[in-house]
Structures are given as C-alpha cells and as structure tokens.
Design a protein around this ligand. Sequence first.
Ligand code: BGC
Length: 702
Amino acid sequence: MKDVLSVSSYDPSSRIQEGNRFLLGNGHLGYRGTIEEEGAESMTGYNLVGVYDRFQDKWRESINLPNPLSLKTFVDGKEEDATSVAPSAHKASLHQSQEIFARLSSFPHYLISSQRFLSFCQDNLLACKISVCVTREGDFSFQYGLDLDIYDINGPHFKEKKVTRYEDFLLFEGVTNEGKHLYEAVAYESSLPKESQGESRFESKARMEKGEVFELTVYSLVFEGEEDFAEEILAVKKAGFERLKEDHLNIFSPLYEHAKVRLHGDEEGEAEGNYSIYMLLILGDANRPRSIAARGVSGQTYKGAVFWDSEIFLLPFFCLQRPEVARNLVKYRILTLEGAKAKAKEYGYEGAFFAWESQEDGRDACSKWNVTDWRTGKPIRTYFNEKQIHISADVAYAYENYEKLTGDQSLLSEGGDELLAEIAKFFLSYATYRDGQYHLDDVIGPDEYHERVNDNAFTNYMAAHALRFVIKKLSPLGKYKDLVDRISSFLEAFYLPQPNEDGVIEQFEGYFQKEDATVDEVRSRLQDPKQYWGGKDGPATPTKVIKQADVVAMLALLEGEFPLSVKKANYDYYFPKTEHGSSLSSSMYSLLASRIGEKEYAYSMYRKSSSVDLYGPQKLFAGGIYIGGSHPASEGGAYLSLLYGWGGFSIEEEGFRLSPALPEEVRGMELSILFRKKRYRIRIEKEDNNGGYSTEIKEEKA
Ligand code: BGC
C-alpha cells in the first residue's frame, strides 16, 4: 500500500534504526517507533521538544519522559513477548498519511495488535490502543504502566520522580536537575480488572480461552506546569480513542495530502519523497514560537538543539506547507535575540551572534569539545560555536525567504527590525580591515573540517546578501539611518572572493594551496574508522577534501547572483572533493545539478537525501556517543531538490515561476504549495525527450 512504511519481521539488531524510521511526532512531542514490550535498551523514547536540562557536567539536552506504553505479557508464569520470544510473525507499519504507528505480532499463545498516534488536535496527547487475542489457552498476566527507566544520552534528567495513583489515572511528576516541574497524566482503560503493581504499574490477569481478547487503551497527557490534570484526562477518556483519532486525522491527513508529491514513472523516488514529507510534517509546532532540532523529535542527539538546518533546509518547506510553523521558526530567532547578543558580547563583538546549537533562550549548547580522539578517547578542541559565524547571515536569509514565500511582513514590527539590525552590527564589528578591504577572518564555513580560515566564500557572500537585505528592510525606518549608512559603506569595501580564470571560487583563502587528495585517499589515511577527519590533526585538514557542500551550497542558495558558467565550474571542481560527511550535503549538490543540467546527479543526490532515514546512514555512534536519529535537514533538502531543483521554482516580485528540469527517471511531477496565502496545484509533464514540458499552475481553495 502507498504511503505506508512497513517491516515484516522483528529484527533485534535494528531496534535503534526502527525507532527512527517509524517515528511519530506532532511538533511538541516525539515517540520513537519501538514496540510496547521494549524499554530503554531499545532506546524507546518519548521526547519533549524545547525543554532542556543538564545533568552534572554533561551536555545539556532535551528531555525524554517516562514511557507510558510499556506492556509485558506473561503466559503461565513466563514472559512471552518480543523481548523474550521471537515472534512467529511480525509487522510494524507507519501510516504516513495518518501519523499512526501500528504493529501486529504473533506469539505462541496470542496475537497482539496496537496502534498509536501523537495528536495533531491536542498536541500534549499520545493515545494507544492495544488488543491481545488469545490463540491458545493459558494463564495470562498483562503488566503495564509507566516505565520510569528512561533512556538518556546525557541523563538522568529527573532528580525527583514521583508517581501518584488517582482513581482514573497515574500522575507522574518529575523535577529536572534544573528544577523544572514536568507532569505526565496517564489513564489505562483495561478490559480486565487491574491491580496496582509497584509504584507506577498495573497488572491484569486471567485464565483465558482461545479467542478471548484483552484490550488496553492508554491516554497520556504531558504538561509543563500544574493544571487540572483530572479534568483533562477525564475529557480525553470521555472522548475515547476513536473520536480522538478522528479529530487528529481531520487535521493531519489534509496536511499530508496537500504536501505530498507525485513523481510519474518513479515510484521509489516518490515514496522516499513522501516519507521525507512525513518526517518534516511531524516536526512543525504551530502553537509555540519554537524552532526545530537538528534531529527533530527523534531524541537527544545534538542535544535537541537548533542549528542552521532550520533556517536553510527546513524553513522553505514550512513556508509552503504550514506558514504558521515557519513564522514560529523565525519568531524563535527574534525571541532568542538576547542570547545572540550575549554571545556576541562574550566574544567581543557587537550585535547578534546566534548560537551554533541553540536551546530555549538562545544559549549556545555547543561544546568546545565536540569530537573525541580515537586513540585516547580524550575530547578534541573544535571551534564550531565560536567560528561558524555564517549562522547569523543564515537567520537573515531565512527571514527574507519567509517574507518572500508567505508575503507576511508583519514580523518587522514584532522585533524583526531589531533582529536584522543586530545581525548587521555583528558582521560590521566582526570584520577586519586590511589591504583596503573588509574581511571575515578566522571563521568556519559549512565545511567543518577546515577550521579557522579567512574569507570563506559561503560566509562572505551570505553576509553580503544579508546586509543588502537589512538595508532594504531598515532604510524606510528612519531610526536606523546611521546603521544603514554604515552598512552601505561597509559593503563598498567588503571582500568577496571572485572566480579564478577557470571560473572556480576559492572556498577560503589558501584553499587552492592545499593538497589535491581524493576522498578515497583521505579515507585510506584514517588510522581508525572513528578518527575525526578534520580539525587540528585530521587527515582531511591538509587537503582539499571537504565535509559537505560549501561553495556549492552558496551557489545553490544565492543562485541569482552567479552566472551559469560559474555554477558549472564550481560544481565540477568541488564534487569530487566532497565527502558528504554530513547529510546536509547531497541536497545542495542536487539543487545545483538541476540548475546546470546535470540531471543524473540531480536525481541521485535527491535520492540520497530523501532516503537517509530509510536506509542510512548507519553511523549510529561516534566514539561511544550516539549520533543517530532522524535527519530533518536532509528531508527538507530533498523537498528543495524537487521543487526548486527539478521544478525550477523561483520567486519573482509578483509571484513564482517554474523552469522544469526533470531527470530521466521522472515523466512528470505534481505537488501543491501555499504561496502568499494562496494554494496552487503544480503539474509538470514532459512533452517529449528534447526538454519540452507542459506546465500547469492551478489555484485551489486554500
Ligand atoms: C553538520 C552541520 C549541521 C549539523 C546538524 C553537522 O554534522 O556539519 O552543518 O548543522 O551536523 O545537522
């Protein structure tokens, strides 16, 4: 069936990957795709977005809550479920058009099925319905409740855990190490009488005959403060699972139906594209001014923090599908401006230097030691947070993109003007004046392997673009006149690396002098698979081998600013030097490949980007640190590859236009977008094999 991802066997060795692949989310909560009998060892995770905590001196990260769906089944005194007996049949399915996870497994004495969803109607609600049908008589004991053994990367995060039993529900109250009180009210409706078992669990037991059924429905509500828990939980119980599901589907299904893409002639590419779209939709929070973590709602990797991924790779999708979420992404940066100003000040600059790994108030969660030495296990000093200054330009780029795609200019009077002014001040104060020009020295571009370089092309061009945008927005507001004048004269003397005689733009000052090694050569120099490629001593550092799209990303994002010949020259030059060590890389290559007529790469790089969470990467641990989880930026990038790349979508003053470049494998593409409050259905069909297309843009009811 389409729009359903499924597996037909239970593989104990792929529990962590399946947790990611079968993920549920509603922007506020995430629930990993594990099954009821699994626990912390399978990385079962009930992730709360936007609340962080630090345990001792470990990395501050987002919170996982106690798992309310824990169920263990015993028959004749022996445990009988997937953690103890291999099921004779097993199927797990993710219904993408519904945001519903379902499983069906058969064991010697019973068949179990369940379905669950995180509600899009009430975003603090997780609901699950479990049904056990007895296939051979026996003494059954079902033990269920809250699992207080929580999987954490850098936890534990609850210094106090208390469970109170009320008549209709259990109330978990957790106090984090930072003193935040979180609550989870959980109701269990069971078809058999239940007895208390320990502090947070129940047991229902009976001698059951073949054909008898045990049913359990679980409702979990999460709160960040005290509320009338009883009233809230009674309301969901009263509504019941089916009604709650219907309310949820009424919101989620149309979102998915509108967002999904059709690729005529390419079923696999279409399925991966729609999986990516699903993985994006589950991340958007329309209700709170929050952004999206680099690993979405899949857990605590990268500390649950927000990176440039949101601004560059995710924002366009949300502008075109859920503008209210996109607005929150931009608003988040406005609300964290004080944190960005404090960071700039800390390093001796003016204005706003945004956090490289941003948490709730804009504080930078990025450690100075992000990777470990493979020999000694000791941390290696990295400069990601101090030197990746392009983040501030990316924020301005996203602001501009939001306005262009949604037509909404209202953020300017809600702090947007200050945001832009502070970004400009930052670059002005960061720049060094030498040889009659301003330079951005000692930075890191998207290619993190080469640290502390001067005049990274990506950074300089993105900063120049941001500064021009700031002038455009702030000029009409009289109070910024002095700043606007300063920016204008700065831009006149701002150094922007120009293409050489071959049309190639040097990634940073001195890059052309680096050793001309291939990616494979550098790989062969690794002394250990876990060795870090970049930084001070990495094997890529003295070479031209780069981690991810850098100049290419710049050409893809600022495409109107460069001629075709420069795009081509740089694509050819940088492609063989790119390791694609980050999942952010391939979509940028796909985008640029579409623009320069490299359709084969436009296709293969899209497939790579859209399938990351389906088939790879399999790199789950780096030196003992879990780095897995979902890859939203890759999925957002896949969407960009389709619309902007294959569709040739570009924005003009009055609207948008399409210049299609469909790859060989695809006969036609259909999708719909919300552009400046209007919904359009786009249909592109190949007319012949000589590059002719018929394109239809139809306005639909928004
Ligand atoms: C990439 C960054 C990215 C981060 C989070 C890193 O590996 O190099 O560009 O922002 O992952 O996705």
